[in-house]
Design a protein around this ligand. Structure first.
Ligand code: HMG
Length: 445
């Protein structure tokens, strides 16, 4: 059976940076460590005045196509995953294809284009669609472009404001991929939840604390569902576990939950028993409250053990390197977690070919999905092409007043004019609105 998976990846960060401990903490009268230690975030990315979800997505996709020497004929689908769309009918993928057609002589008239929505999990769902399309033999030898692009803004003053971010991830999905093969097996945890939603509004209504509980509950269900087809998961099975990362502190919780689950009824649990006891079993408790308290106590002890700390440092922490510098990219977030882990492996000269990733995606509303990926031979070369570290370094560092102007500029209800902070070069830019209020774009050399 032909392997299908991610052949190439490109990442584009919004070109502005908001420093959380340096710039935001003094204004909000917060301890800088609330951001860096509590949430695990150092900075957020924002789009410059000439950027939006279309330019960021088109720029990532163009870089990817140029690097792989592709033309529009090689692409049979363009799927965009976003929860920041500005049009309820015309999909963002048509705008992005329109941008790309400006620079390629050819067009994408025979590519199927769509837009996926299910909060942050839509990026992974688009990967699924591409995978299924290729496995069904409908691709005629062509590949799919999946683009996850978002400007994750919250209302000013909302607790979620600290977790904002903006950027795009373009992925090429094809046969015999260079980066990772996707597993056919998947697990789902899905329920009708109102933890985070945007009912015809740009900024989310969020129940932050509840959203964290829902994330963990759905993720646990998805893992159990995954194990029902794949058998029990074990610590040694996976080199890295990239999770959806709204902020690294959320992944700290997810990692601990996953670890507890994976060590249950194993030698690791037995070995740790001398230090912290065995995991509480529900049958041993008279009521649910007592059981839950016992679980919380066990988790508190577990996270201080050397075994857990080592596993976290090796398996989870490497996935957070990009995220802590850019914030939440919604649909792109789990995909920068994967890229971050592989970058870490390359930088540390690790040989991870053939090793597996366990990928935990999540979208509010709410659904989690878990699948495995096998790292392919070409991973090192592919990941070596990423320029995300340079992009992160080169961002314009905003003052707090500038940040407020940028937030207003990207507020759909305000239509604020703002000068660029950075000079666009070799990229697509937003230039204004057309007669039907459509957004228009140009390529700037
Ligand atoms: P909050 O209430 O300001 O934060 O907002 P907190 O009080 O819970 O503090 C966070 C952590 O910082 C805690 O650590 C504190 O102890 C610690 P933890 O208990 O986690 O270990 N802390 C400090 N640490 C060091 N020094 C200090 C200090 N002070 C406190 N001085 C919240 C947090 C997440 C609620 C907020 O940011 C929010 O509403 N965010 C938006 C919602 C969100 O991101 N939810 C995550 C799960 S849902 C999801 O991932 C989906 C999403 O991506 C959307 C989609 O799918 O489309 C959001």
């Amino acid at each position: 059976m032909t392997a299908v998976g991610i052949d190439a990846i490109e990442i584009w960060t919004g070109k502005l940076k908001l420093d959380l401990p340096e710039t935001v903490a003094p204004i909000k009268d917060k301890d800088p460590e609330y951001y860096t230690k509590g949430l695990g975030l150092y900075a957020s990315s924002f789009p410059d005045a000439h950027e939006d979800i279309v330019t960021m997505g088109a720029n990532a996709a163009y870089r990817l196509m140029e690097r792989k020497g592709l033309t529009p004929d090689d692409i049979g689908r363009i799927d965009v995953a976003t929860e920041s769309a500005f049009d309820n009918s015309k999909p963002v993928s048509t705008y992005i294809a329109g941008c790309l057609e400006q620079v390629y002589g050819d067009d994408f008239h025979h590519a199927n284009k769509g837009e996926r929505k299910f909060a942050c999990i839509a990026g992974t769902q688009s990967l699924d669609d591409a995978y299924n399309w290729i496995k069904a033999g409908r691709n005629r030898g062509r590949s799919a472009l999946v683009i996850a692009t978002d400007t994750a803004l919250y209302a000013r003053g909302d607790p979620g404001e600290a977790t904002q971010g903006a950027g795009a991830v373009a992925m090429l999905i094809g046969e015999d991929p260079s980066l990772v093969e996707l597993s056919t097996e998947q697990g789902y945890g899905s329920a009708d939840e109102t933890d985070f939603l945007k009912p015809n509004q740009q900024f989310p209504s969020v129940d932050g604390k509840r959203s964290m509980q829902v994330y963990l509950a759905r993720m646990r269900e998805a893992l159990e569902d995954f194990e029902s087809v794949m058998g029990d998961t074990h610590l040694d099975d996976f080199e890295y576990i990239p999770f959806h990362t709204p902020f690294p502190g959320m992944v700290r919780r997810a990692g601990l939950l996953g670890y507890r689950h994976m060590i249950r009824n194993t030698d690791v649990e037995d070995e740790l028993a001398a230090e912290i006891g065995r995991q509480p079993r529900e049958a041993e408790y008279d009521d649910r409250e007592a059981y839950e308290q016992a679980i919380r106590d066990y988790m508190d002890d577990l996270k201080s053990t050397d075994d857990y700390r080592e596993w976290y440092a090796d398996t989870i922490k490497p996935t957070l390197g990009i995220s802590r510098e850019v914030g939440n990219w919604y649909t792109g977030s789990v995909h920068i977690a994967r890229a971050s882990a592989l970058q870490y492996a390359a930088e540390n000269d690790l040989d991870v070919t053939g090793r597996k990733l366990l990928v935990g995606s999540y979208g509010s509303g709410a659904q989690a999905e878990i699948h495995a990926e096998t790292i392919q031979e070409g991973w090192r070369e592919e990941i070596g092409h990423l320029s995300i570290d340079e992009q992160i370094r080169d961002r314009h560092d905003l003052t707090y007043e500038e940040y407020e102007d940028v937030h207003d500029r990207h507020n759909h209800d305000k239509r604020v004019e703002l000068d660029d902070f950075t000079e666009p070069e070799d990229e697509f830019v937003f230039v204004g609105r057309g007669e039907m209020d459509e957004r228009t774009y140009e390529y700037v050399e």
